[in-house]
Design a protein around this ligand. Structure first.
Ligand code: NOJ
Length: 544
């Protein structure tokens, strides 16, 4: 008998660099996570997902892996991992780890071997090495641009000192793309999956799950001007190629040979939910992030459309819908939802960006948005710090920035550092309790004491207590396992639906929404106005 826990789980993303630092070097680590895990079971989440902590030169904050089966000394040791996992399981939390199969670090032993080997060799066949164009091969094989800006190909120098082949890097040049036609690559990733499954992990979040296989002919491709950095309008010759699905069918079988219900979750940044749903067909992954939802503006008509389409698309293939508002790649939703202008995904926001948001207004909206999200059927993802109401850090000094995007485009895009700042735990401790020494790899804002967990726990109306109560009600009332039914007849500026016997009503307009006299308000994202739901507020209600 399976529980299919992943169909309605709340999954909390830990960004290990910024969660808890036990060693005091200013970068979070596994022991730092272990000692804070109890706070997550108190919060009421079901699963933690850890962004990469494997051996890495950290050119892209660990998404550049040099050894997939070891822990980077920055984060601890494999023993620290085992301790963390055991503690999580003891607390009833499942653990998902990040797997990065599209590319490795250029420090991976295979890439070093490939550099030293000759064109056409087996070592080169594991990555996307190609001859350049032009008589002397001095032009890249095609015009593809890196997601982080600049060309996606880099030319190498052969061992005899001559200018040589080019290799593909869809991300930073320190992140060479694997060639998934290579049997070696396929077998190596089966080994890596087994390594972590044998240690007891409950599943994997699969990075760039739409990118592993490239179009055979590597045709030129220019993304439209307004495309999000991860996305693009189909067909894109490096995203969503048919062959990629074979990889996951293979992995699914491998996972099913293990006991317990181990899962795969796709980061498949495709433009529509219908395309994303292809990753969660019955013999592929269990879940896929819903990027259309992340990118939706705060507008009832837009949200109703995206929610309806998501449920249709995911349920159409027998998969649960997923919902997410924040992660380590996007502007935190307490800031993003109130931005006046549009910021393409991944470009970030900084001191010189237009349309500086109002923090209080942003938080109000974020809480209303979270109350909608956590009532939707399916599985929801939370990103560390959103339960504290953290905003994006806009005023990071240039010299502190670390996102490769910032460097590749010489500051033209700020990148994603603003959502990665270490989170505050205790208001009066060095680095707000993140690190005993007060070190912090990205500087924390001076006004973050008020966001610290110890200032919010047990305080009525705090964002933390609001999340705890939402999560408790969600579980107790079976909200996420009920079918969604739209409630009609309310003003246009509302979004209203039923989840079981709970009515969820969000008000996006200025006019307050009246409730029937005998309605029982279970929770509201902000204070009610004489029993009515004011603007940018969501209430869960019974008796409507
Ligand atoms: C998606 C990850 O979420 C992001 O942080 C990373 O930079 C890219 N994939 C490349 O691995």
């Amino acid at each position: 008998m399976t529980s299919e826990w992943w169909r309605s789980a709340v999954i909390y993303q830990i960004y290990p660099r910024s969660f808890g630092d036990a060693s005091g070097d200013g970068v979070g680590d596994l022991p730092g996570i272990t000692r804070r895990l109890a706070s997550l079971s108190e919060l009421g989440v079901d699963v933690v997902w850890l962004s990469p902590f494997m051996t890495s030169p950290q050119k892209d904050a660990g998404y550049d892996v040099a050894d997939y089966c070891d822990v980077d000394p920055l984060f601890g040791t494999l023993d620290d991992f085992d301790t963390m996992l055991a503690r999580a399981h003891e607390l009833g939390l499942r653990v998902i780890v990040d797997l990065v199969p599209n590319h490795s670090s250029d420090q991976h032993v295979w890439f070093q071997e490939a550099l030293a080997a000759d064109p056409g060799s087996r070592a080169r066949s594991r990555y996307m090495f190609r001859d350049g164009k032009g008589d002397d091969g001095s032009e890249p094989p095609n015009n593809w641009q890196s997601i982080f800006g600049g060309p996606a190909w880099k030319r190498v120098t052969e061992s005899d000192g001559s200018p040589g082949q080019w290799y593909l890097h869809l991300f930073d040049e320190s992140q060479p793309d694997f060639d998934w036609a290579s049997e070696d690559v396929q077998e190596e990733f089966r080994r890596i999956l087994r390594f972590w499954l044998d240690r007891g992990v409950d599943g994997f979040r699969v990075d760039v799950a739409h990118g592993l296989v490239k179009h055979d002919e590597l045709p030129d491709y220019t993304p439209p001007e307004d495309a999000d950095s991860m996305g693009g309008i189909e067909p894109v010759p490096y995203w969503g190629q048919e062959g990629v699905h074979e990889v996951y069918r293979d992995w699914r079988k491998l996972l099913e040979s293990y006991d317990g219900e181990r899962v795969l979750c796709a980061e498949a940044w495709m433009p529509t939910v219908d395309e994303i749903a292809l990753w969660v067909r019955p013999d592929e992954m269990h879940q896929a992030f819903n990027f259309e939802y992340v990118m939706s503006e705060w507008d009832p008509a837009v949200l109703r459309r995206v929610i309806t389409e998501s449920l249709r698309a995911f349920h159409g293939v027998g998969a649960p819908a997923t919902w997410v508002l924040s992660n380590h790649d996007v502007i935190r939703h307490a800031t993003r939802l109130s931005l006046a202008s549009d910021f393409p995904q991944g470009h970030g926001i900084g001191p010189n960006s237009p349309g500086r948001p109002d923090q209080a207004a942003g938080l109000r909206r974020a809480r209303a948005a979270t109350a909608v999200m956590l009532a939707l059927p399916g599985s929801a993802y939370l990103y560390q710090g959103e339960e504290l109401g953290l905003p994006e850090v806009i005023d990071l000094p240039d010299e502190a920035r670390q996102d490769p995007t910032w460097f590749r485009l010489e500051g033209e895009r700020y990148g994603r550092d603003g959502c990665r700042v270490p989170i505050p735990w205790e208001s009066d401790q060095p680095a707000y309790g993140f690190s005993e020494t007060g070190e912090s790899w990205l500087p924390q804002p001076d006004d973050w004491a008020a966001f610290a967990r110890d200032q919010q726990i047990g305080r009525d109306g705090s964002t933390l207590e609001f999340y705890r109560r939402l999560l408790r009600l969600r579980r107790e009332l079976g909200v996420a396992t009920s079918d969604l039914e739209w409630i009609e007849g309310l003003p246009e500026h509302t979004l209203a639906f039923r989840a079981g016997d709970v009515a969820v009503i969000a008000n996006f307009g200025q006019d307050p929404v009246a409730l029937p006299e005998d309605a029982e308000v279970l929770i509201a994202s902000g204070a009610l106005d004489d029993g009515r739901i004011p603007y940018d507020t969501t209430a869960w209600v019974r008796g409507v």
